[in-house]
Design a protein around this ligand. Structure first.
Ligand code: SAM
Length: 326
């Protein structure tokens, strides 16, 4: 069964956040003081999250990515993933992590049925990494990448947010990981999430990122898979990993957007950058599958055609990426 929105986009991908807590404080994602974490009652239980996942798959979602905050900090995650992976009709179960706890959890995640990991990693220099993440330990993340491969995962996809003057001198080093480690690296344009009047200074467009790579390596464009969503994908000839460019700000990838999002408090969003959200809690407490399916279908059919951010204008929305899950 195909799930299509009002302009014919095939919506097959749910990003499901399991927590708003994070063990890093990336400066572009969260304010220094962090965000006030929601109380336990506000955060959906695993039973409620499972109901959302099952119902979504029931109406046509085929891929679920678990996100956060940092999903690996939530107690009991592995048992929840095991249940998710058994949902009939779910074709792809993935998880995105900052990698800090990955070395100790990779084998359990694999056994639980997670098929693919994305690791967010913005610098290969320990000091810059620590500055960006406000104290993160690069060694642990690199150990996590190794542990994931030892556990049998395909090389994790690396998500790197490129910011001018911060880590843009590492574009080639990241591109080379597709040759040396077989990693697939996705370069993500910096998006204005945390309130910062001068945010444009960090913006570096996907086209400029590509130009910097092709100044050293030739690139061939490659086809992407059915769940890949809005990235343009390339390969350095001979590399086993691919290079993806996600132009959330400079490009209009909305026409290819295939996803909906649900936060850990049960707020469903058709567009990351829209203030519009729908509270699923009334369909969960008490649980009502039919009503939930109807509300999820409505979110899909009402999915905005496009977001309104560009490097020239943007009104900051009332959320942090850690609350929505990226
Ligand atoms: N903790 C997990 C992780 O690190 O992957 C999941 C949550 S994190 C909010 C999801 C993704 O959002 C990360 O790849 C992060 O880099 C990205 N992100 C957060 N703030 C961003 C921003 N201002 N611009 C672009 N990407 C951002």
């Amino acid at each position: 069964m195909q799930l299509t929105d009002s302009i014919g986009r095939n919506i097959n991908y749910l990003r499901l956040s399991v927590t708003d807590r994070c063990n890093m404080r990336c400066f572009y994602c969260m304010p220094k003081e962090g965000v006030v974490s929601k109380g336990h009652d506000a955060i959906l239980s695993y039973e409620e999250l499972l109901l959302i996942a099952e119902t979504s798959v029931g109406i046509g979602i085929e891929k679920i990515r678990i996100t956060g905050g940092e999903p690996l900090v939530r107690v009991g995650l592995v048992g929840f993933l095991e249940k998710l992976s058994k949902i009939p009709g779910l074709r792809h179960l993935a998880l995105t992590t900052n990698g800090l706890l990955l070395a100790e959890m990779a084998a359990d995640l694999r056994r639980a049925g997670v098929q693919r990991l994305n690791v967010s990693l913005d610098s290969l220099d320990p000091l810059i990494f620590s500055d960006i993440t406000r104290g993160g330990d690069l060694k642990k993340v690199l150990a996590g990448l190794d542990a994931a491969e030892q556990a049998g995962f395909p090389p994790p996809k690396i998500n790197v947010v490129i910011m001018r003057g911060i880590n843009d001198d590492e574009i080639l080093a990241f591109a080379e990981m597709t040759l040396t480690r077989g990693s697939s690296v996705r370069f993500i344009e910096y998006m204005p999430v945390v309130k910062d009047e001068g945010w444009q200074r960090y913006c570096i467009s996907g086209d400029e990122i590509l130009q910097r790579i092709v100044s050293t390596y030739s690139l061939e464009q490659i086809d992407k898979g059915p769940y890949a969503g809005p990235s343009r994908d390339f390969r350095i000839p001979g590399a086993s990993g691919s290079i993806g460019i996600i132009t959330a700000v400079s490009g209009h990838f909305c026409s290819e957007c295939n996803r909906i999002r649900v936060t850990s408090t049960g707020q469903a969003k058709g567009c990351l950058f829209s203030d519009e959200k729908t509270d699923l809690v009334p369909c969960l407490r008490p649980p009502d599958r039919e009503r939930l399916a109807e509300v999820l279908r409505r979110i899909v059919s009402g999915k905005p055609e496009r977001h309104g951010i560009s490097c020239d204008s943007y009104k900051h929305q009332n959320f942090t990426m850690a609350q929505v899950g990226g």
